[in-house]
Structures are given as structure tokens and as C-alpha cells.
Ligand binder design. Structure first.
Ligand code: AP5
Ligand code: MG
Ligand code: ZN
Length: 212
């Protein structure tokens, strides 16, 4: 099963797990947050950064257009692992329309659950790379301090990984994104995973769900 959504609050490990799963299943990892961050310097990037730095969601119309465009690219013709999309009911409805139009269906929505206190610990010491790799100063450090294992570039801290912004992201998640748990639960495609174990344990659990 390779038409997969990873759902979960900020810091639950969507990006970490999507990167691992993408390698194992040979499916593209589509992170809308990464797409927005890579757009830095463009008009879209600077408009989006205003929302992102506050921890607010970028408007649905922008995100729906972005995902429509991403699905028109050849690499997602057979498989996808969505990380960070959808985040609202209108985004989920738009995805359903896109998939219907392509005569495809969603196989699995993995809902990663982690307690709030743990999310804050994870996000406040996260370091990321332009290439999409994610690290943690204590739980998942790179081999050489400050340098990406995968591509050798310098790691940086995201502008939205500051305390105020993290708190707002958690509350935005609860208000706007959590309703998707029932939305996909009612469709029968949801599997909930305990996201508080080690990265490897969670990866095994996710891989088993994706292969069943
Ligand atoms: P986005 O980039 O998607 O951020 P997010 O949802 O806030 O999620 P994170 O990336 O913070 O967390 P994650 O679940 O990927 O965790 P990670 O693997 O890094 O979105 C950013 C912003 O863009 C949004 O706020 C919004 O403004 C905008 N945006 C994006 N998509 C949008 C959309 N569809 N609609 C509207 N706006 C949108 O792990 C976190 C840390 O924990 C890392 O340090 C990692 O090393 C560590 N870690 C991971 N797993 C474990 C573990 N098992 N044990 C210990 N540490 C772990
Ligand atoms: Mg992420
Ligand atoms: Zn890198």
C-alpha cells in the first residue's frame, strides 16, 4: 500500500518517518512544509513565511493549488507519502477530488500520537537540513555536529521552532487538523500508531501497517 498520508501534531515525527518509509517503499515523500520552505525568496515563499513563523496555517486555496500541481508530476503517478497535507477538511476534500480524477484511491492514513510535553521537547532541539533530513540534538544527532549526514550541508533551526510559535502550532493542530482523525476514521482508512517509542520501533510499526 503506497498511497499514504501521515497525520499527527507538529513534532510527532511525520517528517522523520516519511523519509524512512519513502526509502523502504520507493515512494516520493511529499512534505508541504518543505515545499513552502524551499520557496523562500519567491513571492509564494514570503507570503507563506508570514503564516508559518506565527504557527498559523497557510490558506487552503494556496495549499490546494500546490498539491494539485505536485500530483501532476510524474514521480507520484504510482505512489505517494504525504507529510503535512491535508491539514483541514477542505484540503482533505480537495485531495479526494484529485485522487478520484486520477482514478486512484487512498490506501492508508497513519495517525501518529505523541503527548504534548514530548512534542515540545522534540521541537525545541530539532535541527533540519535543506535536503529534508531531520535531526534532534539529543535523540537523533548527526554524526558530525551541525552537518547533515545525508548531503553534508549545514543544519539550521526552523524559524517556527521557537516556544511561542510551537505553542500556537499545537493549538492550531487541535482546532483545525484533529477533526481529520474522525474524517478518515469514518472512511475506514485510519490506523493509529503510538509515536512515543524510538524512531526505529515506530518505523517498524508503520512499515508493518503499510505492508498489510
Ligand atoms: P510542517 O513543516 O509540516 O511542520 P509541522 O506539521 O508543524 O510538523 P513538524 O515538521 O514540526 O513535525 P514532524 O511531525 O514532521 O516531526 P519531525 O519528524 O520533524 O509545516 C510547517 C508550517 O507550514 C505549518 O505550520 C504551516 O504554516 C505551513 N503548512 C505546511 N503544510 C500546510 C498545509 N497543508 N496547510 C496549511 N499550512 C501548511 O520530528 C520532530 C523532532 O523530533 C525532530 O527533531 C526529530 O529528530 C525528533 N524525533 C522524531 N521522532 C522521534 C522519536 N521517536 N523519538 C525522539 N525524537 C524523535
Ligand atoms: Mg515535518
Ligand atoms: Zn541534508
Amino acid at each position: 500500500m503506497v498511497n499514504i498520508i501521515l497525520l499527527g501534531p507538529p513534532g510527532s515525527g511525520k517528517g522523520t518517518q516519511a523519509a524512512l518509509l519513502s526509502g523502504k517503499l520507493n515512494a516520493p515523500h511529499i512534505s508541504t512544509g518543505d515545499i513552502l520552505r524551499r520557496a523562500a525568496g519567491t513571492e509564494l515563499g514570503s507570503r507563506a513565511a508570514e503564516y508559518m513563523n506565527r504557527g498559523e496555517l497557510v490558506p487552503d486555496s494556496v495549499m490546494i493549488e500546490m498539491i494539485r500541481d505536485r500530483f501532476s508530476q510524474a514521480d507520484c503517478a504510482k505512489a505517494f507519502i504525504l507529510d503535512g497535507y491535508p491539514r483541514t477538511i477542505p484540503q482533505a476534500d480537495a485531495l479526494a477530488d484529485i485522487l478520484t480524477g486520477l482514478d486512484r484511491r487512498l490506501d492508508l492514513v497513519l495517525n501518529i500520537e505523541v503527548p504534548d510535553a514530548e512534542l515540545i521537547t522534540r521541537l525545541s532541539a530539532r535541527r533540519v537540513c535543506e535536503c529534508g533530513a531531520t535531526y534532534h540534538l539529543i535523540f537523533n544527532p548527526p554524526e558530525n555536529e551541525g552537518v547533515c549526514d545525508r548531503c553534508g550541508k549545514r543544519l539550521y533551526q526552523r524559524d517556527d521552532d521557537l516556544e511561542e510559535s510551537i505553542k500556537n502550532r499545537l493549538s492550531v493542530y487541535k482546532k483545525q487538523t484533529q477533526p481529520l482523525i474522525d474524517y478518515y476514521g469514518n472512511m475506514g482508512t485510519l490506523v493509529t500508531v503510538d509515536g512515543s517509542g524510538s524512531i526505529e520501533q515506530i518505523a517498524d510499526e508503520i512499515c508493518a501497517a503499510a505492508k498489510s
